[in-house]
Design a protein around this ligand. Structure first.
Ligand code: UTP
Length: 289
């Protein structure tokens, strides 16, 4: 059985839910305290033993490339070696980062198609740049959980979480073939269903895709929101291949939404003892005031 060694991280979306800050800062660079979301994503990929990352950026997103530049004038002008900079260097020694430009934000399906040369015939993982999975101390979580399943059976795996029925119109929703266990085969998938969702199981930013996805991406037409949807390509794959959905370990936050972002920061802050504050006491105090 093969193992997943490559990950594609698309971050070239417009980030309109997070305006105005996304006007000049890429959404994936928003800090969860002191490190950007993308750094946490790379840590998650490294824990999953992934060796190669392709970040899909738009033409206006040099800020993402600059973040990982540890030879910049800023770094050279620092008066000493900072642990935080050394950490980024270490991260880059554990996973090779490359970039490709998506000329126009035509949808997630189009973004993933830009990874065809990078995948080079291999199956690969996808982590969306605005879905943050908090490890909460676990060794295997997020994409790592899906990689483990793939190692046993080389199929498609979609990371899902149960969402309230009124939120199903914001996600790709899967149709379980039979009973929903931790990992279950699906017989359908629909992007942002406006009514009658096939379940409450929503795709939440972690995927293992087989290389055949590129042939399906070539066939899709603009769908919901007039965008080329990855969901539509997966729906085509389903007709010929086994596609499973699985709830993965770790706590997932939609950091592309303002509320999800605040929740993520609070969760991480509660586990940090270097901040000089007790977040629970602080929250209690703000409630008492
Ligand atoms: P989203 O739809 O959540 O991101 O795409 P968005 O378009 O930036 O968000 P809003 O709704 O305008 O706020 C999921 C992921 O896919 C990437 C996004 O950057 C995000 O990480 N994406 C989306 C692309 O890379 N290219 C696209 O054309 C669309």
């Amino acid at each position: 059985m093969n193992k997943i060694k490559k990950v594609v991280i698309p971050v070239a979306g417009k980030g309109t839910r997070f305006l105005p800050i996304t006007k000049t800062i890429s959404k994936t660079l928003l800090p969860i305290i002191d490190a950007p979301v993308i750094q946490y994503l790379l840590e998650e990929a490294i824990k999953a033993k992934i060796k190669d990352a392709l970040i899909i950026i738009g033409y206006n997103q040099n800020d993402v490339i600059n973040y990982f530049n540890t030879e910049s004038t800023y770094v050279k002008n620092l008066n000493r070696d900072y642990e935080e900079i050394k950490y980024i260097k270490k991260l880059k020694s554990q996973i090779r980062i490359s970039y490709v430009f998506q000329e126009e934000a035509k949808g997630l399906g189009d973004a993933i198609y830009h990874a065809k040369a990078f995948a080079d015939g291999d199956d690969f993982a996808v982590m969306l740049g605005d879905d943050f999975v908090f490890s909460n101390g676990l060794k295997t979580y997020g994409i790592g959980s899906l990689c483990k399943l793939y190692e046993k059976k080389n199929d498609y795996y979609l990371g899902v979480k149960e969402v309230p029925v009124e939120a199903t119109n914001k996600y790709g929703i899967v149709k379980p073939e039979k009973e929903v266990k931790d990992c279950f085969k699906i017989s359908g998938i629909v992007e942002k269903p406006q009514d009658n969702p096939p379940s409450q199981m929503a795709c939440v930013g972690r995927y293992i895709l087989k290389n055949s996805i590129f042939s399906y991406l070539e066939k899709i037409k603009p769908g919901v929101g007039k965008e080329l949807q990855l969901t539509d390509a997966i729906a085509l794959a389903l007709k010929k291949e086994n596609v499973y959905a699985s709830k993965f370990d770790g706590i997932r936050y939609d950091v592309g939404s303002k509320g999800g972002y605040v929740e993520a920061i609070i969760s991480v802050a509660r586990t940090r003892d270097d901040l000089g504050i007790n977040i629970d006491e602080f929250l209690k105090k703000t409630m008492d005031n």
